[in-house]
Design a protein around this ligand. Structure first.
Ligand SMILES: Cc1ncc(C[n+]2csc(CCOP(=O)(O)OP(=O)(O)O)c2C)c(N)n1
Ligand SMILES: [Mg+2]
Length: 787
């Protein structure tokens, strides 16, 4: 009796889920249709959207959001299923009709889920395929980190981190880099649910890929759950003739299966009857079905079977082992182009949409009504409101609150003044001092978490790590230390450690920085993540850096050593483009100090700015070039705003030399000579072309709107004579400075390497790439003479 009741309750639940699934399929398709065919289109450009990709994953998302997910779970949804996610939030009352009717429109719901633009219901932005998937693994690692450090609210249950992935995302290499790194860190509470429709953008995938994934994931300690056939197909397989039917479908190539799905019942019948001549029972089974029933049976894959999906998710939820679900689906399921190989950007025509509307019992004018066309709308509404995920995580949405961490008025200072020292060494020493966790910096010290892709030692993190330890959920011994073998590094791991050591894959660094930099929102725990990487290899992880910034993750990136100053290492290690990346990257404030007193100011600023609601992530480009550290008093606000006068120009001066970073010595040497000829000349230390440029643009905007504003760089250059010459130099592409001539109409000679570097010593390379004192003097002469 009890069992009967349970079965009935379960079939009631599946029916309601099916109603929700029907509404999500309709709403997502309508959202895209509305954007493309109903809304006025001013410019005639294609709006776009992915009805087939949405339909492919609708059952999976129904089963997850309306059966399995708990409020604390965090989900990255494949980008082109954005409309399904918007529709889910609409059903849950967390999204407005106005926004979804404005899909892909300015101010409307975003094409791909966006934390920053769609608001607090989005856990992870997605768009560049593969990155969102991998991010879930790193977010889970960070959850373990804050829990191991007892920083998280103990009343908050552990979240599961779920990626709903397209199968083509598994072609992205960053997935496998993340898998390997996740294995090393023994990640848990991660699910990747793969919408296994065997279709990517261009075509159907080759059959040879089948079976590859399972082995790969298993090798990395993952549980692999293949969800292939739905309940109806499984039942058919159990009937007489079922074995032959199963054998047929198992050996059917993807392309033929897709084509038959598109063609429908009659085509299925013809193909099956032709191939199953020898199995009378199978033929009888097929002949007993009408065309629609046969098509329904043959496309009853597990990824569209709510009973199979929910049972699998419920079962898997009993363990925290990382789990991949390979859920077989059909791209475009339930829509006229289901299975067609060209359906990725395919869209229902106006006539097809009209037929779909009738099929869904949606009255004209009621297209956006969430429960329109259902046989028992009130029961479904009630069901939707009662599922676990419908309970709000916080009254304010899915972002948790974290207090800011106090940054001391001064960072602990190792004795820097009077030494010859590089900014990279200064960084290592200051961080090491912070690592003593004494006095005012103790609170901040506890929240810093460092990470590095196998360059922790060579970027001077070593002393910090020796103080604070390497993080791992499991305590592991340091064989060298315990064997009393001499080593400067103490690398035993334990759950209290504050450095996360990564393998060499730079994308993983930026994904981890991205995850750690969202910890305040995701875990309610403010962290101060610091990542170090060789400056040229920012390029290697650039997409993931872009991605982390797009999510508004907050972290401090230290790229060092940088430029051709890394002289003997040669060209591949000498990036000149990074100062330009630093300018153009939104939500990343970038600096390049020359001296350690500037560095101290900027580090302090970074720890503050990355916590500020209107702040951002911060990037410091450092160098191994030792410079004499002088005793002076700096204008901190100017250092942070991007430049300060080492030697202010006389009013009406005809020349200023500007320098950035490691070439300070060359600029100063040249300036000493220039001063003899032009006593009023100025010497400007540029700490951030990025901030200068942003400030200049901002002032322009204010002025354009009729306001009054002068940016920092405009004020700095104001004393110079109109048309005064500027000569600028940095160890990076000179275009980073060339724009400075436009601020007040100065003639500028911008120096910096603009070709690949090569091995050499600093003297030879600075000469060759024309950033030594002689080159600066030549440029001064040229600028003044106007030649
Ligand atoms: C890094 C990156 N490259 C290319 C694209 C363009 N793109 C968007 S979706 C897609 C194919 C996706 O196929 P799949 O993941 O299998 O999803 P499906 O639509 O089949 O569900 C491509 C190539 C992208 N968004 N990101
Ligand atoms: Mg696909």
């Amino acid at each position: 009796m009890n069992q009967m009741r349970a079965v009935n309750a379960d079939s009631g639940r599946i029916k309601k889920l099916a109603a929700v699934e029907q509404k999500l399929l309709w709403l997502a398709a309508w959202m895209i249709h509305n954007a493309n065919h109903i809304r006025p289109n001013r410019d005639g450009l294609k709006v776009g959207g992915h009805q087939a990709s949405c339909a492919s994953v609708t059952s999976i998302m129904t089963a997850l959001y309306f059966d399995c997910l708990r409020p604390q779970d965090r989900v990255a949804v494949k980008p082109h299923a954005g409309p399904v996610l918007h529709a889910i939030n609409l059903l849950l009352g967390r999204q407005t009709v106005e926004k979804v009717a404005g899909l892909r429109q300015f101010g409307g719901a975003q094409a791909y889920p966006s934390r920053a633009k769609d608001g607090t219901e989005i856990d992870f932005s997605t768009g560049s395929v593969g990155l969102g998937v991998a991010l879930t693994s790193f977010a889970s690692l960070m959850q373990d980190y804050v829990r191991a450090h007892q920083m998280a609210d103990p009343a908050m249950p552990r979240a599961r981190h779920i990626a709903i992935a397209g199968d083509a995302e598994l072609d992205e290499g960053n997935i496998y880099e993340a898998l390997l790194e996740g294995w090393k860190h023994d990640v848990r509470d991660v699910w990747w649910v793969v919408d296994y429709n065997r279709q990517r953008l261009d075509s159907v995938m080759p059959d040879r890929l089948f079976g590859r994934f399972e082995g790969l994931f298993k090798d990395m300690g993952w549980r692999v759950i293949t969800l292939k056939y739905g309940t109806r197909l499984e039942a058919a397989f159990a009937q007489p003739g079922g074995a032959a039917l199963r054998a047929w479908i198992e050996s059917c190539p993807n392309s033929i299966y897709s084509a038959l799905t598109f063609q429908g019942g009659a085509a299925w019948r013809a193909a099956l009857l032709a191939d199953l001549k020898k199995s009378r029972a199978a033929r009888a089974m097929i002949e007993a079905l009408g065309d629609d029933e046969l098509a329904g049976l043959m496309t009853n894959l597990a990824g569209h079977d709510l009973a199979t999906l929910t049972a699998a998710f419920r079962d898997a939820a009993l363990s925290d082992q990382p789990t991949v679900f390979l859920a077989y689906t059909i791209k475009g399921m339930g829509l006229p182009f289901a299975g067609h190989k060209d359906n990725h950007a395919g869209m229902m025509t106006v006539d097809q949409m009209e037929a779909f509307r009738v099929q869904n019992h949606v009255r004209p004018g009621h297209e956006w009504d969430c429960f329109e066309g259902l046989s028992d709308p009130e029961a479904v509404r009630h069901f939707v409101q009662s599922v676990p995920y419908a309970a709000p995580l916080t009254p304010a949405g899915r972002r948790l609150h974290a207090d800011t961490i106090k940054v001391p008025a001064r960072l602990p200072q190792p004795g820097i003044i009077g030494r010859r020292m590089s900014t990279q060494a200064g960084f290592g020493e200051i961080l090491s001092e912070i690592g003593r966790a004494q006095g005012e910096s103790a609170a901040m010290s506890a929240r810093i978490v460092t990470m590095s892709p196998d360059v922790a030692v060579s970027t001077n993190l070593g002393p910090w790590i020796n103080r604070r330890g390497v993080f791992d959920r499991h305590t592991r011994d340091d064989v060298f230390r315990d064997g009393k073998l001499a080593s400067a590094q103490r690398w035993g791991t334990n759950p209290d450690g504050q450095h996360i050591e990564l393998g060499i894959a730079e994308q993983n660094l930026f994904l981890l920085l991205g995850a750690a930099g969202l910890s305040h929102d995701l875990n309610g725990v403010r962290l101060l993540p610091v990542g170090t990487v060789y400056d040229p290899f920012v390029n290697r992880g650039h997409d993931a850096l872009f991605y982390a910034c797009y999510q508004d993750a907050r972290f401090l990136l230290i790229s060092t050593p940088s430029g051709i100053t890394l002289a003997p290492e040669g060209g591949q290690h000498q990036a000149t483009n990074t100062p330009l990346l630093a300018i153009v990257q939104d939500r990343l404030a970038s600096f390049e100090p020359a001296y350690c007193d500037e560095l101290e100011i900027l580090l302090r600023h970074a720890f503050t700015y990355m916590q500020a609601p209107n702040g951002s992530a911060v990037w410091l480009r450092l160098s191994t070039q030792p410079l004499p550290q002088i005793d002076r008093t700096l204008d901190e606000a100017a250092v942070i705003a991007g430049a300060h006068w080492d030697v202010p120009p006389a009013r009406g001066a005809s020349l200023a030399i500007l320098y950035q970073g490691a070439v300070a010595g060359e600029a100063k040497a040249a300036f000493a000579e220039v001063q003899a000829e032009i006593p009023g000349a100025g010497l400007l230390a540029v700490t951030s072309p990025d901030r200068l440029y942003a400030g200049w643009r901002q002032a322009q905007r204010v002025r354009r709107k009729g306001g009054q504003a002068a940016s920092h760089i405009e004020r700095l250059l104001a004393p110079l004579a109109p048309g005064a010459a500027l000569v600028s130099v940095l160890d990076g592409h000179p275009a980073a400075h060339a724009w400075l001539g436009g601020v007040r109409g100065n003639r500028i000679m911008a120096l910096g390497p603009d070709r690949f570097g090569q091995s050499g010593d600093v003297t030879d390379l600075y000469r060759e790439y024309e950033i030594d004192a002689a080159a600066i003097l030549d440029a001064c002469a040229e600028a003044i003479l106007g030649r």
